[in-house]
Design a protein. Sequence first.
Length: 112
Amino acid sequence: MNNTNFGKKLKEIRKANGYTQQALAELVGIDEKHLSRLENGKYFPTYSTLNKLLSVLGISVNELGIEIDSIEVNSNPTYSKALHILNTATDEELKYYLESLKTTQKALKYKN
């Protein structure tokens, strides 16, 4: 799926749910201009923004037409596996992963 197809689908779902760009952007915690750029295919959302969009709209990744396994952001199999793990994780698992990443970032800062 390319960004344009994603954006069109997002816009369609937003309108079907009766949200204006401003209202959805506020609920997701992003700037209205950023949401517009997502819908116009200029950007693809970060993992965090995508999760917020899914939560607010009450939909799954599949309903947006995104097939995680087909995203070619990085051909590294470890990267693809990490995306799969994050997209199938429970809330508790995501909290654990986030804390682990924060700890690793702090350790790397002290090391350098």
